[in-house]
Design a protein around this ligand. Structure first.
Ligand SMILES: [Zn+2]
Ligand SMILES: [Zn+2]
Length: 110
């Protein structure tokens, strides 16, 4: 049996593995899981925020889905295992995502 682990979401800062900018934790409840400057991410989550994935490949932003109620979802593709993941764009608080990049990505097919 697996030891029972409390599900926790980490909201922590990191240095982007792509553009090397320093990224702070968010000032809102949504945890930071991608770089606000270049939108790249790292394949460290199985469930959002759990940091339980041993892959650790870089996630390239390949597109943006626009959902009802003006939510933007960034689609990432792992450069190591080629799995696609999705994460909500963060447009509020400190260091919001680069909105011009999001708009650009949303105009190309995923
Ligand atoms: Zn970056
Ligand atoms: Zn991966």
């Amino acid at each position: 049996m697996l030891p029972s682990k409390k599900f926790s979401v980490l909201n922590e800062g990191f240095v982007c593995g792509h553009c090397e900018n320093e990224v702070s934790p968010t000032s809102i409840t949504t945890p930071r899981n991608h770089c606000p400057f270049c939108l790249w991410s790292k394949h460290v989550d199985i469930n959002p925020g759990d940091r339980a994935n041993p892959c650790c490949g870089l996630l390239r932003p390949v597109g943006v889905l626009t959902e009802p109620r003006r939510t933007y979802v960034i689609v990432h593709e792992c450069q190591r295992c080629h799995k696609q993941t999705r994460s909500k764009a963060i447009l509020k608080g400190n260091q919001p995502d680069d909105f011009n990049l999001i708009v650009k990505l949303s105009q190309q097919p995923v």
